[in-house]
Design a protein around this ligand. Structure first.
Ligand SMILES: Cc1ncc(COP(=O)(O)O)c(C=O)c1O
Length: 398
């Protein structure tokens, strides 16, 4: 009997097998040195990330969530201040704002990219009376169109803090890397990211030397010089073991991203041949009830931290059950938008409805796209989905 094909959502072991020989001696070096916090590995990694992202400075920290917090703290965001961010994102985007006593003001997304736009941000700004910052998210690895957003932020006199947690190496429509144009770029090295550590880690990028210095102090209790504190900061340093791992992985990042992009292109081709539409159009207008992600043209560069498809909400759960039956890993990012979360219920009335966000939350599914996927695995994923949606082709899209 032929072996059954399994396709996990992510296979970090497959990646580790290709870099074990590079990483293990470096981990041993750190252990032998017993220099675990900060140190030369962290300094080297900061220099390498700044150069990779096209930013002047990079400051390592303990997680992507802390990167957001440091960026907000460095802009003196506090109680009563308002920060615009999308509702369709990972919790940390809104959570970081809330933790400082400030108020997230949620904006909608556009259906084509799942990203916020200058128009959705301007709509949210109309609900603000104390706007202090704008925090767009480069969701799933696709860059937000920052041109209009930067101009809009300037007209309001507020900074743009890029949540680039999912998007290292992504390029915008002008070809600029994320984290190079906003006042601060915030990145996560959570293991599932394209550049993932062996635990938590994060970094902030900026072209402003004063902001970089302040975030460097803030990540270390606001301390400078030793044991002197002009302000209260965090304990949020990047540790040497993570930096050693990430220094090695950064050298492979573009190859891995190319692998993800090739996988996405293969899925696109298979779905297109079957009659799928692309995100941004209505599912009813596609030949089968399936939309694959729209693919930006060069010099834009999607890094596919997630490859996200869309089906009518009425069949999503059934499709998920079918994927489980066929041993295909997948997930829903994100089933509950931030403006519908219980912890933000006091913001619900002021937010009102965000229709594109609410519809994406009901219709999307993320598929395996990690670089080590085999052609057989991709074909299994695509053919399973295509035959399922074809057999449900009469369902009205909702
Ligand atoms: C959009 C976004 N922002 C922030 C974060 C927080 O990063 P971390 O998990 O490293 O704290 C994540 C992590 O998943 C994310 O996806």
């Amino acid at each position: 009997m032929p072996e059954e094909i399994n396709v996990p959502l992510l296979d970090l072991k497959a990646q580790y097998d290709t870099i074990r020989d590079e990483i293990e001696p470096l981990l041993r070096d750190v252990v032998e040195s017993q220099w675990f916090i900060m140190g030369p590995n962290v300094a080297d990694f900061e220099t390498a990330v700044a150069s990779y992202c096209g930013a002047e400075h990079a400051v390592g920290c303990a997680s992507g969530s802390d990167a957001l917090l440091l960026a907000l703290m460095a802009h003196d965001i506090g109680p009563g201040d308002e920060v615009i961010c999308p509702s369709y994102t990972f919790f940390a985007t809104g959570g970081s704002i809330w933790r400082l006593g400030a108020k997230p003001v949620f904006c909608d997304i556009e259906a084509g990219t799942y990203n916020c736009t200058v128009d959705t941000i301007a709509e949210a700004a109309g609900r603000c009376s104390r706007l202090k910052a704008i925090m767009p998210v480069h969701l799933f690895g696709q860059a937000v169109d920052l041109d209009g957003i930067l101009d809009f932020a300037e007209s309001k006199g507020v900074p743009v803090i890029e949540d680039a947690a999912q998007a290292i190496g992504s390029r915008d429509t002008g070809g600029a890397r994320v984290g190079s144009r906003g006042h601060v770029g915030c990145f996560s090295f959570f293991p599932s990211k394209n550049l993932g550590g062996f635990g938590d880690g994060g970094i902030v990028t900026t072209n402003d030397g004063d902001l970089a210095d302040r975030m460097r102090r803030l990540r270390n209790h606001g301390m400078e010089p030793k044991y002197y504190h002009d302000e209260v900061g965090l304990n949020s340093r990047l540790d040497a073991l993570q930096a050693a791992v990430l220094n090695v992985k950064l050298r492979h990042l573009d190859d891995w991203t190319d692998g993800r992009r090739r996988n996405a292109a293969e899925y696109d081709r298979m779905f297109d041949e079957a009659g799928a539409g692309t995100s941004g159009m209505s599912i009813q207008d596609a030949d089968i009830p399936l939309l694959r992600p729209s693919c930006p043209v060069a010099p834009s560069r999607h890094i596919y931290n997630q490859y996200v498809i869309r089906v009518p909400s009425e069949i999503r759960d059934e499709l998920r059950a079918n994927l489980v039956e066929n041993r295909i890993g997948h997930d829903v990012y994100y089933p509950v938008p931030l403006h519908c979360q219980v912890c933000f219920k006091e913001l619900a009335e002021a937010t009102g409805s965000l229709p594109e966000t609410e519809s994406a939350a009901l219709q999307t599914i993320a598929l395996p796209v990690y670089p080590e996927l085999s052609m057989e695995q991709k074909q299994h994923v695509a053919s399973t989905i295509i035959s399922f949606v074809k057999s449900h082709a009469t369902v009205e899209a909702g």
